[in-house]
Design a protein around this ligand. Structure first.
Ligand code: SF4
Ligand code: SF4
Length: 464
């Protein structure tokens, strides 16, 4: 039975805001331990992938490019245009269901181990801060002391490095948006030709610098929608970073030569001191907890000192701690898994059956049919072609059904790589082939002899 008397009052406030509504700056103690070392390794892999990502290509196309300006998206070397939007939406839905399912089972593992905000803040910016300003107590002392040479050089060096790293992150983000080639052009060309690009670079740099130098954990507690949704996603069976109050309570300081009757928590506060969001995990699962595991490492090191087993704070579900129940696959998890499988199935089918070239053929609005001297009937059409590959195609059109021919208004169509081309043409059909006012016709889009796609459209003719 827990000896925590009031388990709810701490939920009325957040640890980073005082009662006057002012920000309380968190000075977390530098974490160390097994899990922190694993997290460092994961962060090296993530950072390497993130910075190399814009240079990686599949079939000559970037692995990931999200060009919101031109509404062109490339994922794993596949180009998605606005016409493929439904595939992206479905992929996004599958991703959201996956995140929900993953969160229901494993809590906020993502936040602590993979989230770019946590990785950059805890594994890049915070470590630079520890390196220049020292551990938490030295940082506090430095902030309190008057401006002198030491404070000036430390703060200047730290913020100069922060700005430089923010600039690199901003450039990387831009490379994911506009592609690395366009970014190189902005950097090497006359600045006057790229004022928009340079302004974006400066704005992104400023935002990243502000987030990592000042706003910090507030992103997780105030801004991040995923963090705020934890309350509805987690339940008693979710595995989270949790304090084993059954084992730890009643907590009490350790005294020499004392016959200890209290629980295993010696109230050393180490778990609170290392917490980057400034909370006490012994109060229970909280919105602010990003599952960074720093408190697990801190508590395990204390358990080593007092010869107690690890795991007073560990990955565990509330049910495991309260009722000693092991992990179970619940009905809710089964339902989400079924939805995920269906969504993934539809998504993969759409992806596999997706055409590399999309054509839209429409009769030119406001135009009637024309009677030719040879008795044939012709209609004027507009064609728009989208190339989702990295190869250029010369394109020809053929009337497949009924019998007749296509006459381009201007020269033949060349479909550029990753591009769009438009054209105008006449479809000319012998009158004998037309039996009603509106006839459905089938047009083939060819590259050389290869049929790339077919389109059906309406052909207007005289009533017989
Ligand atoms: S680090 Fe462990 S022993 Fe120390 S206060 Fe936290 S839970 Fe208790
Ligand atoms: S409570 Fe523990 S796991 Fe949660 S944010 Fe704080 S240190 Fe990290």
């Amino acid at each position: 039975m827990s000896n925590i008397v009031d388990t709810e009052t701490y939920r009325d406030t957040i640890s980073t805001v005082d009662k006057d509504g002012k920000r309380v700056w968190v000075y977390p103690k530098k974490p160390k331990g097994k899990l922190y070392n694993y997290r460092k390794l994961v962060s090296y892999g993530f950072l390497a992938l993130l910075f190399i990502g814009p240079f990686l290509k599949i079939n000559g196309l970037p692995v990931l490019m999200l060009n919101l300006v031109e509404r062109k998206f490339i994922i794993f070397g596949m180009i998605f245009w606005p016409q493929d939007f439904f595939i992206l939406v479905l992929g996004f839905l599958a991703f959201v269901v996956f995140i929900i399912l993953f969160t229901i089972v494993y809590g906020r593992v993502f936040c602590g181990w993979i989230c770019p905000q946590t990785i950059f803040l805890e594994m890049v910016f915070r470590r630079i801060e520890y390196w220049i300003e020292g551990d938490n107590n030295k940082q506090k002392a430095l902030d309190r002391q008057d401006w002198n040479f030491e404070k000036i050089w430390k703060k200047t060096a730290k913020h100069a490095i922060f700005v430089a790293i923010s600039f690199i992150i901003a450039n990387t983000l831009l490379a994911y948006i506009i592609g690395v080639e366009k970014l190189q052009e902005i950097v090497t060309d006359n600045p006057a030709n790229h004022l928009g690009g340079l302004a974006s670079m400066a704005i992104f740099t400023g935002i990243f610098y502000w987030v990592f130098a000042s706003f910090r954990e507030q992103v997780c507690t105030i801004v991040c929608p995923y963090g705020r949704l934890q309350g509805v996603m987690l339940d008693k069976k979710s595995i989270v970073v949790a304090y084993d109050y059954e084992r730890g309570e009643p907590r009490g300081k350790l005294h020499k030569n004392q016959v200890r009757t209290e629980g295993d928590c010696i109230d050393c506060n180490q778990c609170v001191q290392v917490c980057p969001t400034g909370i006490d995990i012994r109060n229970g699962t909280q919105l602010e907890c990003i599952n960074c595991t720093a408190c697990i490492d801190a508590c395990d090191s204390i358990m080593d000192l007092i010869n107690k087993p690890h795991g007073l704070i560990r990955y565990a579900s509330e049910e495991e701690i309260a009722e000693k129940k092991k992990f179970q696959f619940t009905t809710r998890m089964r339902a989400y898994t079924a939805i995920l499988v269906v969504l993934m199935g539809v998504f993969v089918t759409l992806l596999v059956t997706r055409k590399n070239i999309d054509a839209t053929i429409l009769r030119t609005p406001g135009m009637m049919y024309q009677k030719k001297a040879n008795g044939n009937i012709s209609n004027l059409y507009n064609i728009s072609l989208i190339n989702k590959t990295n190869e250029a195609y010369p394109v020809t059109l053929k009337l497949l059904e009924p019998q007749g021919e296509i006459k381009m208004v201007r020269s033949g169509l060349i479909l550029p790589e990753q591009g769009i081309t438009e054209g105008v043409f006449f479809a000319e059909i012998p009158k004998s082939e037309l039996h009603k006012i509106n006839t459905e016709i089938k047009i083939g889009v060819f590259s050389g002899e290869q049929l790339i796609t077919t389109k059906t459209t309406k052909f207007l003719g005289p009533a017989n």
